[in-house]
Design a protein around this ligand. Structure first.
Ligand SMILES: [Zn+2]
Length: 637
């Protein structure tokens, strides 16, 4: 197949009439924002070296060869790539991006069998124990992104070819493992993790329904949701959530968890990435189903299960870096984050958590989910990204070294580096949403957004300045982070009343060109103590000591009784960074060291900190960093 790319974008006019303009599951508002400053540079590097650096002939080769026999996941890489490449082709259009998209979509469409199947498994192994259904999930996402792109008016028309291919692929899944399917097994019984992996196909099945309005796809979604909730040994994503069972404790309810300790398990329910992917689909499903059935109790419970689970993840799992999961699994990680647990922050988990929060922000309009995205983005997410943007780490320890991900399925890529570029989209899409009546600012960074110019060194500095490039009435909503106890908002120099942490503050006015809104955040360094260990945050940013500062033993203990949980710390000062590798640097004089009975030894120690994302970012074994520090014990303990 041969498609000619026509790089013509008609965003402003086209978007207004675009049927899916309200849907956030694809291209969305991505062409309205241009990120500047350090973040803009990071994003540009990532698009250039990672997204554009991907060889589409290579990642689509498995679809042509169909030689998978080990039950692996070579077929997730193309769909993940499309999930970021299509939006980024609107953020930073280029001929290279169009050509790469064309190469990939051409080969994927060519690989589709008359049965509708797109994948790399031989017939006898399809829709079975491996990651075949999971791969088809990502292929559906990729095809639907291409369709959206076509509908957006900026692309050569394929006459609905990608949508037809997606329908045929979904029809194939329904025929094989849908109700009374040919394979004689239920969808949730295939794949790994008690059905989480395969069930997460729900998300693009709902997307497909959204784009076709064909009842059979919503019926199939309903079937998947039943599989997620009713079978005793299945995912049990609804009843266990509504009972308040914490995500780490959901094994043993009708399933027989495996104990061999390997990554891929048939029956466990503790896998973070796959579980959250299911809830993401549930939220999409409830949205569509409510349009037909109204707000039924069953639908309310589905949404409640997703929200209760996310609240539980915040309370039990998310650490100061906004990361979670040990060895890709839930483990009550929030209370254990000071300890050296194995394989922290799988980048797939980090990205999926940000996507889940983005969906929750859309559904609830509660800015606490934007607080979560922000913390994860500035810490766990950016830490995982190699500074040149070319790849993402598989795991990102709270103390240790940065290092490359694995190579998966005998390929020169892996699940995490393939997922990485999708994560930045959550930040970019929610930075500012402006529908002409309301402009909601969730994040603060130097950027040109629709109608406004934002200038800020945030979170390096505690100040953001937004200038109006628009005229007329509009409500500007500003997210006031929960951690900023006293935020000052000024409009053309006049301080505003009623600014509260953890809420949106609205400035409604008839905007004039050049109107200026200034926000000053309350951003002290705060100590966090867990069981004789201490860590420090400043606003959304976790601080770290780094071996490049060469300022002593990072394991030297803090003196007992001097640091307390929640205490605002004096003695930290922002200082000039020693090199371009480090975004933020702070000097601090702290009560570190053991010989404080001696007048000289009682003096504080001057040490340096940087932001967690910059820590260790040389990606060399010699570049070591630490975020949690020991605190002395006394004789009575
Ligand atoms: Zn991964």
């Amino acid at each position: 197949m041969n498609f000619r790319a026509i790089p013509v974008f008609v965003l402003a006019a086209g978007a207004a009439t675009f049927a899916l303009a309200a849907s956030r599951d694809s291209i969305d508002n991505i062409g309205e924002t241009r990120l500047k400053g350090p973040l803009g540079e990071k994003l540009d590097r990532m698009i250039e070296r990672h997204v554009l650096g991907t060889d589409l002939n290579y990642i689509t080769a498995p679809f042509m060869e169909k030689t998978e026999t080990k039950g692996w996941w070579q077929t997730e890489f193309w769909g993940k790539w499309m999930h970021s490449a299509i939006p980024y082709s609107h953020y930073a259009p280029s001929d290279r991006m169009y050509n790469a998209i064309e190469t990939g979509i051409g080969r994927i469409l060519e690989s589709q069998e008359p049965s509708g199947y797109i994948g790399n498994y031989p017939d006898e192994l399809r829709c079975g124990e491996g990651w075949d259904v999971w791969g088809m999930k990502y292929t559906l996402m990729g095809l639907l992104h291409d369709y959206d792109n076509e509908q957006r008016g900026g692309w050569v028309s394929r006459m609905n070819v990608p949508l037809d291919a997606a329908k045929k692929l979904c029809d194939y899944v329904i025929a094989e493992i849908g109700p009374n399917g040919r394979r004689g097994r239920e969808l949730w019984q295939t794949g790994n993790w008690s059905g989480y992996a395969s069930s997460s196909i729900l998300e693009p099945v709902v997307w497909l329904y959204r784009r076709t309005n064909e009842k059979k796809y919503l019926d199939f979604a309903t079937y998947i949701v039943k599989g997620m909730s009713e079978p005793e040994s299945g995912p049990r994503l609804v009843d266990l959530a509504l009972k308040g069972v914490s995500v780490a404790d959901r094994n043993g309810y009708g399933n027989k968890p495996d104990t061999h300790g390997g990554y891929v398990m048939k029956h466990n329910r503790w896998k973070s990435y796959e579980m959250m992917s299911c809830y993401q689909g549930i939220l999409d499903y409830v949205e569509e189903k409510e349009k037909l059935d109204g707000c039924t109790e069953a639908l309310r419970n589905l949404r409640k299960a997703a929200i209760m689970t996310a609240d539980d993840i915040v309370k039990e799992e998310i650490n100061l870096a906004g990361g979670c999961a040990c060895s890709e699994a839930w483990y009550h990680g929030a209370r254990k984050q000071h300890l050296p647990y194995l394989h922290l922050h799988e980048t797939c988990v980090t990205t999926t958590w940000m996507r889940f929060c983005e969906k929750l922000l859309e559904v609830t309009d509660d800015p606490k989910w934007a607080d979560q995205i922000e913390r994860t983005f500035y810490n766990a997410y950016l830490a995982a990204m190699k500074p040149d943007g070319s790849e993402f780490a598989g795991y990102t320890p709270l103390s240790g070294n940065r290092w490359h991900g694995q190579h998966h399925c005998y390929m020169h890529t892996d699940c995490c580096t393939a997922n990485g570029p999708r994560g930045f989209l959550c930040f970019l899409k929610e930075l500012c949403r402006n529908d002409g009546k309301t402009a909601t600012f969730n994040f603060y960074a130097s950027a040109l957004v629709k109608g406004f110019d934002m200038y800020s060194l945030y979170p390096r500095a505690n100040y953001a300045r937004i200038v109006s490039h628009t005229e007329g009435p509009l409500a500007m909503r500003l997210r006031i982070p929960a951690w900023s106890a006293k935020t000052v908002v000024k409009v053309n120099g006049a301080a505003q009343d009623g600014v509260k942490p953890g809420s949106y503050f609205t400035v409604s006015r008839d905007w004039k060109l050049g109107d200026i809104v200034e926000i000053t955040f309350d951003m002290p360094v705060v100590a966090h103590v867990i069981d004789h260990s201490v860590a420090f945050t400043r606003g959304p940013v976790l601080l770290a000591r780094d071996s490049r500062f060469a300022d002593g033993d990072m394991t030297e203990p803090f003196r007992r009784g001097v640091v307390a949980d929640g205490k605002r710390m004096d003695g930290f000062s922002a200082v000039r960074t020693p090199s371009d590798d480090i975004w933020m640097a702070f000097s601090a004089t702290l009560p570190i060291g053991s010989h404080h009975e001696n007048p000289e030894g009682a003096n504080g120690l001057a040490v340096m900190f940087c932001d967690y994302a910059s820590a260790g970012n040389l990606w060399q074994p010699s570049n070591y960093y630490r975020t949690w520090f020991p605190v002395e014990y006394g004789p009575e303990e």
